[in-house]
Design a protein around this ligand. Structure first.
Ligand code: ADP
Ligand code: GN1
Ligand code: MG
Length: 364
C-alpha cells in the first residue's frame, strides 16, 4: 500500500484528502479510489500508479492519454453533451501542470475524477451489456480517427503482433527460468499447432489490405464503464495501450472477454463455451458505430476473436514460464489456469466458426 495522502499532495486536487483504498481488478496498474472533501461535498478520485515494468516509458503513455482525453473532451463539449466530464477520462493536473506526477521513489502517478453511476464488469451478465460495450468501443475508434497531428507513441511495441508473441513463448520455453516447461507440454503443442493463424492479420496489414487505425487494444469488459441504470457504455477507460493498431484487435479482444460462458480465469475448463447470442450482440453493437470498416476488416471479424484469445493464452503461458513477472496473480498457477481457459475458448471458437461467420454476414 502506497502513501496515498502524500500522492494526493502532488496533484492540484482543490479538495481535502480523506481516505483511499485499492480498487478494481486490473492486471497491470496499481489503482486506488480516494475520497475527498471538496468544499463540503464528498467526492471520489482515482489515483493510479503506472506499472513501469510493463510500460517502459510511462511519460509517453501519459502524452498519449492526455492527447486522447483532451480530444474526447473537446468533441463532447462541441456537441453540447451535458455530462462531458462523465463520458471521458480527464487528467487532474499535477502541481507543475503536467498530467502526471512522479513520487519520491520514481513511480509515475495520474489522477482522474471517479466516473460515478457506472460500472466496469469482470464478468458479463447480459446481451445488452455486450451490445453497449461493443458500441462504446466502436465509438471510441471513431473518435480517435479524428485525432490530428503526430502519430501516437507505441507504448508497448508489437503489442498485438501475435507471431512475435509466439516467438516470446519459444524464448521462454528455451530459458525455462522457473523450471515449469515439463508441466505444460500440452499447452505448448496447442500454441505451436496454430502458428499459421498468428500471422494472418499482420500479413493483411503488411499487404495494405487492412489499414492502420488508432485503437484501444485492451477492450475487455471492465475497461468500459456502463451506466448503472441504462447500461449504456458511457466511458472507455484504461487508455494506456491506445496507439496505432488494427480495428480487429479491439473487436477480437471484445469477443475474448465478453463471449465466453465463464470468467477469464475459471480453472474448470468444462465450464468454457461460446455464447453465440453474446457474439451476435457484440457484432451488432460494434457495427452500429464502427461504420468505417473496410471489406477485409469485416471479413475477419469472426477470426479476430479466435486470434486475440489465442494470443492472450500464449501471453499467459509465457508469463507462467517466466515465473509470473507480467500479469498480477492471486494464487500459484493463476497464469496457467488463465492460459488453459483461453485455449479452451479458442477450441470453442474453432468449433463455432461457421456459425459466427453466418452471424457476421447477416449483420452487414
Ligand atoms: P489496469 O490497467 O490495471 O487494468 P485500469 O485503468 O483498467 O487499470 O483501472 C482498473 C479498474 O479501476 C478499472 O477496471 C475500473 O473498474 C476502475 N477505474 C479506473 N478508472 C476509473 C475512473 N475514472 N472511474 C471509475 N472507475 C475507474
Ligand atoms: C491486461 O490492464 P488490464 O487488466 O485491463 C493486459 C491485456 C490483457 C488482459 C487480460 C497492458 O489488461 O493486454 O488482454 O490483461 N494489459 C496489458 O485480462 O498488458
Ligand atoms: Mg483495465
Amino acid at each position: 500500500m502506497h502513501d496515498l495522502r502524500a500522492i494526493s499532495l502532488l496533484f492540484e486536487m482543490r479538495a481535502d484528502f480523506v481516505d483511499a483504498q485499492p480498487f478494481g481488478s486490473g492486471h497491470i496498474n496499481d489503482t486506488y479510489c480516494a475520497w475527498y472533501d471538496q468544499a463540503g461535498c464528498r467526492v471520489r478520485y482515482i489515483h493510479q500508479r503506472i506499472n513501469h515494468n510493463v510500460f517502459k516509458d510511462p511519460i509517453k503513455v501519459m502524452e498519449n492519454v492526455a492527447r486522447v482525453t483532451r480530444h474526447a473532451l473537446e468533441q463532447l463539449l462541441a456537441s453540447g453533451n451535458p455530462e462531458a466530464h462523465r463520458r471521458t477520462l480527464t487528467c487532474v493536473p499535477a502541481r507543475d501542470g503536467k498530467p502526471y506526477a512522479i513520487d519520491k521513489d520514481g513511480n509515475l502517478w495520474r489522477t482522474y475524477p471517479f466516473i460515478e453511476g457506472a460500472k466496469g464488469y469482470d464478468e458479463i451478465e447480459s446481451n445488452e451489456q455486450a451490445y453497449q460495450a461493443a458500441r462504446a468501443f466502436g465509438a471510441f475508434q471513431q473518435l480517435t480517427a479524428g485525432l490530428t497531428g503526430e502519430r501516437l507513441h507505441e507504448t508497448i511495441p508489437d503489442f498485438h503482433h501475435t507471431a512475435k508473441r509466439l516467438e516470446a513463448l519459444e524464448a521462454a520455453i528455451a530459458c525455462n527460468v522457473a523450471g515449469r516447461v515439463s508441466g505444460v507440454q500440452t499447452e505448448i503443442d496447442f500454441a505451436r499447432a496454430r502458428a499459421t493463424d498468428c500471422s494472418r492479420i499482420t500479413y493483411l496489414i503488411a499487404s495494405g489490405e487492412i489499414p492502420e487505425r488508432v485503437t484501444h487494444n485492451d477492450t475487455k469488459l471492465n475497461n468500459v464503464l456502463l451506466d448503472e441504470i441504462t447500461a449504456e457504455g458511457i466511458c472507455v477507460i484504461d487508455l494506456d495501450t491506445t496507439m496505432p493498431g488494427c480495428a480487429l484487435y479491439d473487436f477480437g479482444d471484445m469477443v475474448r472477454a465478453a463471449a465466453p460462458t465463464t470468467r477469464e480465469d475459471d480453472p474448470d475448463v468444462t465450464h468454457i463455451g461460446l455464447r453465440l447470442d453474446r457474439f451476435e450482440s457484440l457484432v451488432t453493437g460494434y457495427l452500429s458505430t464502427a461504420t468505417f470498416l473496410n471489406g477485409a476488416e469485416r471479413a475477419n471479424l469472426a477470426f479476430s476473436g479466435k486470434l486475440l484469445t489465442l494470443e492472450c493464452g500464449i501471453r499467459f503461458l509465457t508469463d507462467h514460464l517466466n515465473g509470473d513477472t507480467y500479469f498480477k496473480i492471486k494464487r500459484p498457477g493463476h497464469n496457467l489456469d488463465r492460459c488453459r481457459n483461453q485455449f479452451a475458448f479458442v477450441r470453442a471458437l474453432e468449433e463455432n466458426m461457421a456459425a459466427m461467420e453466418e452471424i457476421v454476414a447477416k449483420a452487414q
